[in-house]
Ligand binder design. Structure first.
Ligand SMILES: Nc1nc2c(c(=O)[nH]1)N[C@H]1C(S)=C(S)[C@@H](COP(=O)(O)OP(=O)(O)OC[C@H]3O[C@@H](n4cnc5c(=O)[nH]c(N)nc54)[C@H](O)[C@@H]3O)O[C@H]1N2
Ligand SMILES: Nc1nc2c(c(=O)[nH]1)N[C@H]1C(S)=C(S)[C@@H](COP(=O)(O)OP(=O)(O)OC[C@H]3O[C@@H](n4cnc5c(=O)[nH]c(N)nc54)[C@H](O)[C@@H]3O)O[C@H]1N2
Ligand code: SF4
Ligand SMILES: [Mo]
Length: 739
């Protein structure tokens, strides 16, 4: 038996996981007390890795559809099948007829996130979709507009906060998102033990709220009004001076913008009395180390981008942006566009460099909103999507108007899924290509350490070579890229080396680069000691803020990470203004054209009547979107697809716990059981997502599985700036059904 250091990577917490391996199989996973980030924490999902890896659903070879059935096939057969169909589609319908949807699993897999870009570029299509527009894109887009880079998302300095507002997030169950902070609850407990306060703003009294100092029950979609009133109060009391404030220029306009949103004007909308709003604002202003943190309840609601903008505004006005203990920017080990090039200035970001064909939705961060996928498949004309690659996703469960998505996918000429098992989308695929098992993959959570609460990274190696029947994610994606380019797949190593050489050349030409003006061949030769994937890590570490600049200074290389068995910890977050900025003016660009329109819409919304029932989502402790529903030890009596409803509402409808109801919107209708609770606001009901019926042949078993909440959501209802789907805040009708 051996004990091998690994990383869980199932969720964004990125916990260190010591894997006990016997006869080539992981038999047990334990926490690592010596790891500086996770410090001895793992959760039930991490502990179930042996079961996840050994589950019979796990694919060990590609599947290809023959005579209507998915059957095991060799890699050559699978690639040949794809090549023939793809080339025919390219010939008849052009490049834009082939689309890609990259799902959540992507950001949890180093090989996939490293090479997906090569495949996307090779496809040469504008039809690029990701789970990001069902998730965090408003936060990243607004950060990019204000600070110049989509990775300049502020995170609370959790281990030094004295006051934390958690808005529309439940990190006690989700383990945090757009923040990498394993053992989130312990860290929240730390705030309280230091004499600080945690305030949770959520229509549900969540597990996080139960461990907080205060729960503020807010009406769904009212956060923009609430935060505008907080900003209104902060302006009235006077903004707190800070470096951030000095980089904002004149704030005069802001007062006029916030004028309609006094606490009294928004109190009804929010379901929070005006005095409470004023008190919370004052407390925020008077606490030197305070921060706002928001997640799904803020980014997938009707005012998503406005809420994100207001969170930054409030952090700035209260003197909390970029101060120790406040809302800070990470300085990760892996170079990103806010840590390279000229400090303090850059190109900034624009939205809408191209538009979707049917509804003319603007491109954001290089992709189109997933909410547009169905119409782009179903509307005929030039550029109509005929083929779709789904990389580590399950769009027929996760996207709005789920039944329409299933119908649209059925009409495709080619559907290829890259997944570790047959999920509901995979059950409709023509080809499924599996990733190798965990022990055959190295790991570094590039995206998650970007948002970590410390300057930290953990590399864990692959512990066995690939079997003859296995392909690495790199090989899969580069082979697909070659097919998409109509090139010879035998050339993938050479093509990759050429691309790396070009990347080096771009970096040495970049003004302000740490290797500016160096010899590209010399840099390339310094990388050649490593395998391809690790080369890319080495390059990013060495040109990054902590890197050795390829020998030009003392700093880290790939080996520094490789040798740091318990992760490499370079300390707590540090203030980064103005260096972090990449805006053209070198200022914090808080004035954004979209804000005026959104504030006008918000003002109108203040007067809207409240529907009888509003639906919000929720994550569950032992779930992971749709992808762990079939793991027996993670199925738990507290985890099922029940509709949470307030006890007084239930009484009014004559419902008892467990009763069956129909929930409907204009989009669709589902039947679910009611879970009666005091932990949700009156008039608010909640359903988890990730459940759904099982098409034949998928891992899901229809009898056991819950209803898909996305039958109820509406792909036409999106965040105006980014096209991100609205997944929360739907008015629903609830009808009791005979049991
Ligand atoms: N109504 C509603 N809808 C939602 C949400 C909500 O809160 N409410 N949440 C949204 C959010 S935040 C997200 S992120 C999306 C997620 O949406 P999707 O990404 O479309 O769906 P997931 O269920 O996360 O599917 C991830 C897939 O990746 C696969 N996978 C995991 N690891 C690997 C790997 O190493 N290799 C390969 N090839 N595959 C792998 C899993 O098996 C799984 O099938 O759903 C969104 N949809
Ligand atoms: N156990 C588990 N962990 C996960 C996942 C999982 O499926 N299961 N998924 C992972 C993924 S992909 C993500 S993106 C993260 C998400 O992580 P979180 O965002 O922390 O998780 P959610 O449970 O979706 O929390 C959203 C909260 O917003 C509240 N809410 C809904 N609408 C509103 C509103 O209008 N205003 C306010 N203030 N609150 C509102 C809901 O009541 C809910 O408590 O979790 C990740 N971690
Ligand atoms: S918190 Fe997330 S990363 Fe940590 S063990 Fe659990 S699932 Fe894995
Ligand atoms: Mo997500």
């Amino acid at each position: 038996m051996s004990i091998l250091p690994g990383t869980c990577s199932l969720c964004e917490a990125s916990c260190a996981a010591l894997m006990e391996v016997r006869d080539g199989a992981i038999v047990r996973v334990r926490p690592d007390a010596h790891d500086a980030l996770s410090a001895g924490f793992i959760c039930a999902k991490g502990a179930s890795i042996p079961e996840i890896e050994a589950n019979p659903s796990r694919l060990s070879s590609p599947l290809v559809r023959r005579n209507g059935t998915l059957e095991p096939a060799s890699w050559n057969e699978a690639f040949a099948f794809i090549q023939e169909r793809l080339h025919a589609i390219h010939e008849r319908h052009g490049r834009n007829a082939v689309a890609i949807y990259a799902g959540n699993g992507m950001s949890h897999n180093l090989g996939m996130q490293t090479y997906i870009g090569d495949f996307i570029r090779a496809l040469g299509t504008r039809n690029v979709f990701t789970a990001g527009t069902l998730d965090q894109i408003p936060r990243q887009a607004v950060s990019a507009l204000i600070y110049g880079s989509p990775v300049s998302v502020t995170i609370p300095d959790l281990d030094r906060n004295q006051l934390l507002w958690v808005i529309g997030a439940n990190p006690a169950e989700s383990n945090g998102s757009l923040i990498t902070a394993p053992g989130f609850l312990r860290r929240l407990q730390g705030i309280r033990e230091r004499g600080g306060r945690v305030v949770v703003i959520d229509p549900r009294r969540t597990m996080t709220a139960k461990r907080a100092s205060e729960h503020v029950s807010i009406q769904p979609s009212a956060d923009a009004a609430f935060l505008a009133a907080v900003a209104h109060e902060l302006l009235r009391l006077g903004p707190v001076p800070s470096t951030a404030l000095s980089l904002c220029g004149d704030l005069g306009e802001l007062e006029a913008m916030m004028a309609p949103f006094s606490p009294a004007a928004v109190a009804d909308k929010c379901g929070i009395d005006a005095d409470t709003i004023s008190r919370l604002a004052k407390e925020l202003r008077e606490t030197p180390a305070a921060a706002l943190y928001g997640r799904m309840g803020t980014t997938t609601q009707t005012f998503a981008s406005l809420v994100c903008w207001l969170m930054d505004i409030v952090n700035i006005l209260a003197g909390n942006l970029d101060v120790v203990g406040g809302a800070m920017f990470c300085t990760p080990l892996f170079a990103q566009d806010n840590t390279i090039g000229t400090p303090g200035k850059g190109k900034g970001m624009s939205i809408g460099r191209w538009r979707s064909r049917v509804r003319q939705a603007p491109e954001v961060l290089g992709e189109l909103p997933t909410a547009c996928l169905v119409e782009e498949i179903e509307t005929s004309g030039e550029g109509q999507i005929k083929a779709l690659f789904v990389a580590a996703g399950n769009p027929i469960i996760s996207s709005p108007n789920a039944e329409d998505v299933a119908r649209a996918l059925r009409a495709l000429d080619l559907l290829v899924c890259l997944d570790i098992h047959v999920n509901q989308t995979g059950a409709m695929a023509d080809v499924i290509l599996p990733s190798p098992p965990r022990l055959a993959k190295s790991n570094y959570d590039v995206m998650f350490y970007q948002f970590a609460v410390r300057q930290y990274g953990r590399y864990t190696p692959a512990y066995r070579v690939l079997g003859a029947d296995e392909r690495s994610d790199r090989e899969i994606l580069l082979h697909l890229a070659a097919i998409a380019r109509h090139d010879d797949p035998a050339d993938i190593d050479r093509v990759e080396e050429d691309a790396l050489f070009q990347q080096i050349e771009r970096e040495i030409r970049r003004p302000g680069s740490r290797i500016e003006g160096r010899d590209a061949l010399e840099i390339l030769s310094m990388l050649q000691r490593l395998p391809p994937l690790e080369r890319k890590l080495d390059f990013a570490f060495r040109i990054g803020p902590h890197g050795d600049a390829f020998g030009a200074r003392a700093g880290i290389t790939f080996e520094t990470l490789r040798d740091a068995e318990h992760g490499l910890d370079l300390g707590p977050l540090e203030p980064r203004l103005p260096e972090v900025l990449r805006t053209p003016t070198g200022m914090i660009e808080w004035r954004q054209p979209f804000v005026g329109d959104e504030l006008a819409r918000l003002k109108e919304a203040l007067a809207e009547a409240k529907p009888k029932f509003v639906l919000v989502g929720r994550r569950q402790l032992r779930s992971n979107n749709s992808w762990l529903q079939h793991i027996p030890s993670l199925r738990h009596k507290t985890r099922n697809c029940h509709l949470q409803m307030n006890q007084d509402d239930a009484m009014e409808l004559g419902l008892a716990d467990g009763d069956n109801v129909a929930v409907s919107t204009a989009s669709g209708r589902i039947e679910v059981n009611v879970a009666i609770t005091a932990d949700i606001a009156r008039g608010v009901v909640s359903l988890p997502h990730g459940w759904g019926p099982a098409p034949n042949g998928s891992i899901a078993d229809a009898g056991q599985y819950g209803a898909n909440v996305n039958t109820l959501t509406d792909a036409r209802s999106t965040d105006p700036l980014t096209g991100t789907a609205r997944l929360n805040g739907y008015a629903v009708d609830i009808t009791p059904l005979p049991s």
